[in-house]
Ligand binder design. Structure first.
Ligand code: AMP
Ligand code: P6P
Length: 336
């Protein structure tokens, strides 16, 4: 079975001018994933569960494991010199690697080091999400905010790690989506899901229906559509919501389905962050034949304005996204 390392190197061989920097970057992410995986798997035994008592820029209660994962990925990304800076859910501002080695890095990485971390205390699977861009500023200079505020369509690579019943790393560099499962006895990721494709239709919808009253009218219409009896279109669908984006996304990628986080009364622009949650998953889902939008615009076409900006997020099977978009747009027009 092909290992993740072999898969990355094989792909590099298709780029004769490649220096190996992206290969090395991807390998550093692989290393950090193994370190985080090791400690998540014993989180109940060491003092890394629970809250730090600190609130991050999101106003969210920072978990000890959030900070642990953030530090491990930052250290791995800084160590090898391909990355000049990082944006992270756990960092208020962008982190510049202020050394000659760092300034010579030609990539920037945006990440949610541990998404869904509040689930760790109750042993529900969580994930790391990452997004990689070539910097816009000259190599050797100090990176700027513009290096991080690129549209998702400019991503060089994106992926996630899911720390679940098994630990998987799923990634794409624009040539399909490939999944690797970690053999814990060896600490090696092996290719287990080559060229993952999301079914164009699905029967699973993922949304926090506790926010129903605040949803846009088109989303309410779509939920009723999902719940109607109609044998021809395999309805009613099934509601599955883990409360951990990477887990819901991964299941829908494999089985078909739609994940929705609309605007709510608490989150007027949706809860999920464009740069390090929506863009990487939108990149992956499109590579797998699916679609991701904010209800009106392709996620990957949105020009970011701020590092931590939030957007409404609809992501999954192509025909399911088309359906919810049509209802959102139809009722939005009627509304305005
Ligand atoms: P590099 O000089 O190693 O940073 O590679 C230059 C470009 O070649 C990258 O930005 C990618 O577009 C492509 N490339 C290099 N290595 C890989 C790889 N391992 N997998 C996919 N694309 C790669
Ligand atoms: P809610 C976790 O905090 C997260 O960012 C995603 O992983 C998850 O899908 C969502 O928020 C859950 O949010 O408001 O439904 O609890």
């Amino acid at each position: 079975m092909k290992t993740l390392g072999e898969h990355i190197v094989d792909k590099q061989s298709e780029f004769p001018d490649a220096t190996g920097e992206l290969t090395s970057l991807l390998s550093s992410i692989k290393l950090a994933a193994k370190v985080v995986n090791r400690d998540i798997n014993k989180a109940g035994l060491v003092d890394i569960i629970g809250s730090t008592g600190v609130h991050n820029i999101q106003g969210e209660d920072q978990q000890k494991m959030d900070l642990f994962a953030n530090e491990k990925f930052k250290a791995a990304l800084e160590a090898r010199g391909q990355v000049c800076g990082v944006a992270s859910e756990e960092e208020d501002e962008i982190i510049i690697f202020n050394s000659e080695k760092g300034h010579n890095g030609k990539y920037v990485v945006l990440m949610d080091p541990l998404d869904g971390s509040s689930n760790i205390d109750v042993n529900v699977s969580v994930g790391t999400i990452f997004s990689i861009y070539r910097r816009l500023s000259p190599v050797g200079s100090t990176p700027t905010l513009d290096d991080f505020l690129q549209p998702g369509s400019a991503q060089v690579a994106a992926g996630y790690v899911i720390y679940g019943s098994s630990t998987m790393l799923v990634y794409s560099t624009g040539y399909g989506v490939h999944g690797f499962t970690c053999d814990p006895s060896l600490g090696v990721f092996y290719l287990s899901h080559e060229n993952m494709q999301i079914p164009e239709d699905g029967r699973i919808y993922s949304i926090n229906e506790g926010n129903y009253l605040a949803f846009p009218p088109g989303v309410k219409k779509y939920l009723k559509y999902c719940q109607e009896e109609d044998k021809e279109t395999n309805r009613p669908y099934t509601s599955r919501y883990i409360g951990s984006l990477v887990s819901d996304f991964h299941r829908n990628l494999l089985k078909g389905g739609i994940y929705m986080y609309p605007s709510t009364s608490t989150y007027r622009n949706g809860k999920l962050r464009l740069l390090y949650e929506c863009n990487p998953l939108a990149y992956l889902v499109e590579q797998a034949g699916g679609r991701a939008s904010n209800g009106f615009t392709r996620i990957l076409d949105i020009k970011p304005e701020q590092v931590h900006q939030r957007v409404p997020f609809y992501c999954g099977s192509l025909n399911m996204i088309k359906k919810v978009e049509s209802l959102i747009q139809e009722h939005h027009t009627q509304e305005s």
